[in-house]
Ligand binder design. Sequence first.
Ligand SMILES: NC(=O)c1ccc[n+]([C@@H]2O[C@H](COP(=O)([O-])OP(=O)(O)OC[C@H]3O[C@@H](n4cnc5c(N)ncnc54)[C@H](O)[C@@H]3O)[C@@H](O)[C@H]2O)c1
Length: 437
Amino acid sequence: MATKHTVKPAAGRVGVLLPGMGAVATTFIAGVEAVRAGLAKPIGSLTQMGTIRLGKRTDNRTPLVKDLVPLANLEQLVFAGWDPIADNAYEAARKAGVLEEKLVEALRPRLEAIEPMPAVFDTRYVKKLDGPNVKKGKNWMDLAEEVRADIRRFKEEKKLDRVVMIWCGSTEIYLEQKPVHQSIKAFEAGLLANDPDISPSMIYAYAALKERVPYANGAPNLSVDMPAMIELAKEMRVPICGKDFKTGQTMLKTVLAPMFKARMLGVAGWYSTNILGNRDGEVLDDPESFKTKEVSKLGVLEHILQPELNPDLYGNIFHKVRINYYPPRGDNKEGWDNIDIFGWLGYPMQIKVDFLCRDSILAAPLVLDLALFLDFAERAGMSGIQEWLSFYFKSPQTAPGLYPEHDLFIQLMKLKNNLRYVMGEELITHLGQEYYE
Ligand SMILES: NC(=O)c1ccc[n+]([C@@H]2O[C@H](COP(=O)([O-])OP(=O)(O)OC[C@H]3O[C@@H](n4cnc5c(N)ncnc54)[C@H](O)[C@@H]3O)[C@@H](O)[C@H]2O)c1
């Protein structure tokens, strides 16, 4: 019999802190408000709409995920964020242009009440943006202390029981792990010395962990993906996860690539290109921010197809990813894929995918799920890297020495089995009846 783990009750008020109040963050906040007001449904959210099979197929037990797992409900959520651009959530949502004017106007008073706190921001790390709403301090450590004070103030003023933080800020320039990222001690010395290998997203993450606030990273920045933060998360007993929301083209890639591998079809080339015209697209127009995104997007095929194990099929793939800033499209990204595959006796075939998507409409429900699942993880006593949340990320953070799982459906199985495990339900192995009777 499986053991049910102790999970603290979900009751109380839960703060959701968002560094970066741009298109994704405001579409998330406005979306939750719209659902609360009965104006729309939370489509795309596993925590709100997903079901989970329990026991044998013959048991006919398939409750909603939220009926199995004690999750906070939407009424319990309270929002706040930081942004160098001083627009409140109403103004930011209007400028992002994702949601219809009518909907944003209907939610205006609630959105206007959310003013961004001054950000830890430095144009060296996001070259295409600037804004006046920025913290000042003599070193990075001072700024981290200010963020910690913001978290405590938010908790007190809004009478919150718990808080989670989801990075929805811009993609920073590409940084690699350096000695300053290797231990808490080195990182704290780096904060005092204004080390240029420490970026603003790391400062928010550090502040969150020091305040025992679970942290998810929606962008491909290093952020918590380094030994120092993993050590801190373990020491403070806080769950962390990242990196980079998996929403559009990469989500499709992690569905199609496992299919090729399942059928032993070869891949000669995969050319992916995108046009998008939102602020994210503008930031990614800078080669240094694009490099961070490119690394995140390129990694998935390698891990799914395992060319080292299948050299005849995947040993010689040409994989290219492009993002082009094209303002007329705004947040409505178009992603094309041309995939050159080959089958029996090496005969070539092609697949063309054209995904006319909406970037922030795909990302917003992920922010909601991550906020609720991280809050659950913390109450269930889970800490450090939450691999079961890989489902939500392009570059899932994994324990040192392990490779990430990218296949969307393996990720989903991992997530659901984790929930079954914590709630004392049998894990589902998909073994046939002939084995388990
Ligand atoms: N489908 C998706 O939309 C998707 C998918 C994967 C990842 N992402 C990532 O999510 C992030 C948000 O995307 P978006 O479309 O909302 O972008 P956006 O440009 O609309 O919003 C990002 C906001 O972050 C702010 N910001 C930048 N640096 C900051 C800092 N140091 N502190 C606080 N705020 C800061 C910017 O001023 C901006 O308002 C981006 O990094 C993007 O790459 C988005």
